[in-house]
Design a protein around this ligand. Structure first.
Ligand code: SAH
Ligand code: SF4
Ligand code: F3S
Length: 431
């Protein structure tokens, strides 16, 4: 039987897809690169906003027209559970039962409707996952779930409570992958700073980064996503001890007004956030900090929005992901707070921030003009150029060749924009 897996959503879903593909291959199924070739299509889904969920339903509709068997995994599977059978899917596999997928595919042949939602993740042999989307950069989920319950967010309902993987297991995975030629690793968690807090052995993200940086052949380590009041200043300190730890921290603030932060149940104030960033920057001055912001949260006034604008000006983020508030069924904000900011106003606020951030990006990028930076080549882009990232997560584009993928090169920056930087390779550092 031929199976295709299509991924929506965050890097954690990407990592889950890699695991699902390996388990399917181990069970003897053929993984095919396009849905048209497949007998069964598995959608790994995202429910973070209404739009993300709607995309899944329209994809299901298209697949049904093509008479494909359909399986659903990921966050919509957890959110909608057996309701999905009404849409004609054959099986539903929850985020912590992804190792039940081969069984679900096998048994769906008989026309059974199958649903697996239990937590069986401790059975996964992570170090044996070969079906990764990159040959040199590996995602590694180190902590599942989220305990934060921000009032707008569906993730704690779809991913369950925080559960860290044992540090030795993660390090074994890093070593196994480094032996097979992987150089870059991204440690993933919805609240990655909570890593180790649920175990009693004193493990922490800082410790994991520090130990992983000692693994031979590891070139660069990343981690995502940080939560301000769980973030430890030990992290910038370990950055200073190892060049292998990327100078890049994704630290979503979500809003600039204390009133809205409180309504969001973010457990820090605007002032605490600013102090945290100042502290991080005083330890690692060239660190790159990126963030997420939601506009149009219930009750957001012009004054609240102005506080977000002023914070964005002040913080000089290297990148900003903006989202319009989307009520999610079952969350506290959906139950108790009226979605009262007009849609046109939400769009206006969003585009105001987009333009502001574009200007900031351009100004920050000026400092790259003429500089030479070390870049790990990631892939080729649609325009024929190749691209990669420097240690500050800056995307840099240049003329390259396939055999450079996964290697380090020096690139002299010749042209900047508000988005990627453009340059020429001056030296190949590892061959
Ligand atoms: N764990 C991360 C992010 C998880 S979701 C954190 O705490 O920041 C990724 C981003 O989606 C969030 O940062 C938020 O900006 C956005 N998001 C989450 N729920 C949303 C909602 N209901 N409406 C709009 N944006 C949302
Ligand atoms: Fe969602 Fe908040 Fe958890 Fe992030 S920290 S996943 S926004 S509940
Ligand atoms: Fe989406 Fe679930 Fe990730 S809701 S953002 S796929 S954790």
């Amino acid at each position: 039987m031929k199976v295709h897996v299509f991924t929506y959503g965050c890097q954690m879903n990407e990592n889950d897809t890699e695991i699902a593909k390996q388990l399917l291959a181990n069970a003897g199924f053929e993984i095919v690169p396009s849905e048209d070739e497949a007998d069964i299509v598995i959608l790994n889904t995202c429910a973070v906003r209404k739009k993300s969920e709607e995309k899944v339903y329209s994809h299901i509709g298209k697949l049904r027209k093509k008479h494909k068997k359909i399986g659903i995994m990921g966050c919509v599977a957890e959110k909608e559970k057996e309701n999905l059978f009404k849409r004609g899917v054959s099986f539903v596999v929850g985020t912590r039962a992804l190792n039940r997928i081969p069984e679900a595919v096998r048994n769906s042949k008989n026309g059974n409707k199958l649903i697996f939602l239990e937590d069986t993740l401790n059975e996964v042999e992570y170090q044996n996952i070969e079906t990764r989307s990159s040959k040199h950069h590996a995602w590694i989920t180190v902590i599942y779930g989220c305990n934060r319950f921000c009032t707008y967010c569906i993730v704690p309902y779809t991913r369950g409570r925080e559960k860290s993987r044992p540090i030795n297991e993660v390090l074994t995975e890093v070593e196994a992958l480094a032996d097979r030629g992987y150089k870059e690793f991204t440690f993933l968690g919805q609240n990655v700073d909570a890593y180790g807090k649920d175990s009693e052995d004193g493990t922490s993200l800082a410790k994991l980064l520090s130990e992983a940086s000692r693994v031979e052949n590891v070139k660069r380590l990343w981690f995502l996503t940080s939560y301000p009041s769980d973030f430890s200043l030990e992290i910038p300190q370990v950055m200073n001890q190892s060049e292998k730890i990327a100078r890049s921290i994704h630290l979503p603030v979500q809003h600039g007004s204390n009133r809205i932060l409180k309504a969001m149940n973010r457990r820090y104030s605007r002032e605490e956030y600013i102090e945290l960033i100042n502290n991080i920057r005083s330890i690692v001055p060239d660190v790159s900090i990126s963030s997420d912001i939601i506009v149009g949260f219930p009750g957001e006034t012009d004054e609240d929005f102005e506080e977000t604008v002023a914070l964005v000006e002040k913080m000089q983020f290297e990148r900003l992901n903006l989202a319009i508030y989307s009520p999610r069924e079952g969350t506290v904000a959906w139950k108790y707070l009226k979605d009262d900011v007009l849609h046109e106003e939400k769009v206006r606020r969003m585009s105001f921030l987009l333009n502001l951030q574009k200007r900031i990006n351009r100004e920050l990028n000026e400092s790259y003009q003429g500089r030479e930076v070390e870049v790990i080549v990631e892939s080729s882009a649609k325009n024929g150029l190749f691209y990669g990232r420097d240690v500050r997560n800056k995307i840099i584009s240049f003329n390259g060749s396939e055999e450079l993928i996964g290697k380090s090169v020096l690139v002299r920056i010749e042209k900047i924009s508000a988005g990627p930087l453009f340059g020429v390779i001056t030296k190949t550092l590892d061959i």
